[in-house]
Ligand binder design. Structure first.
Ligand SMILES: [Zn+2]
Length: 73
């Protein structure tokens, strides 16, 4: 699991540096990584694995359901 050292703050576009140190066993899904923005000084707590559904695309799922529906009608 790769966790970036620096992310871009979604509020101000400045760089946010990681506060958390990597755990000995490495980052795992569900771990919380804290960042501090150098621009607005906001703290960001990101949950690893959130928003990344392993490549599942909600629109593709929707299309598939629609396709099944069309097929059954
Ligand atoms: Zn910021």
């Amino acid at each position: 699991m790769d966790v970036p050292e620096i992310i871009t703050c979604v509020d101000c576009g400045q760089k946010a540096h990681r506060l958390s140190y990597p755990p000995e066993e490495g980052w795992q899904d569900g771990d919380i990584v804290a960042y501090r923005c150098s621009g607005c000084m906001d703290r960001w707590d990101l949950v690893i694995g959130e928003g990344d559904d392993g490549g599942r695309d909600p629109e593709a799922i929707f299309d598939f359901r629609q396709w099944l529906q069309d097929r059954n009608s």
